[in-house]
Write a protein that binds this ligand. Structure first.
Ligand SMILES: [Cu+2]
Length: 115
């Protein structure tokens, strides 16, 4: 089931790659098991690196390459949804909790600190 869903998903990734590469601070959230989604830190197909907690200097632009919309909860009541394939730019300093809509209880809860 997951493999069938992954094929069109990968096609989307390839199509989005040139635009993503032009933004120096773009951070990708990718579908990645275990945990369903993670920050992608780079590396080739055999050495991909992922993280669930990151600290970055702002502003930070994130691209959603997960399976579904992501929910960002940040400082001062900040709540925003980001659909698959979309980008979101975080400008306020603080800690952001990132989850996926309807995610499983044991899926990753990502934490991004923008300083
Ligand atoms: Cu996910």
């Amino acid at each position: 089931m997951r493999k069938l869903l992954l094929v069109p998903f990968l096609a989307l990734l390839v199509a989005a790659a040139p635009a993503a590469a032009s933004q120096s601070k773009l951070l990708q959230i990718r579908m990645h098991d275990p945990g369903c989604h993670s920050f992608y830190l780079g590396g080739g197909s055999d050495h991909r690196q992922y993280a669930t907690t990151l600290v970055r200097s702002g502003p930070v632009t994130l691209a959603n390459y997960d399976e579904a919309a992501l929910v960002f909860r940040g400082p001062a009541g900040f709540v925003k949804h980001e659909q698959v394939g979309q980008k979101i730019t975080l400008t306020k300093k603080g800690v952001y909790q990132i989850t996926m809509v309807k995610q499983a209880p044991d899926d990753n809860h990502l934490k991004l600190t923008v300083k």
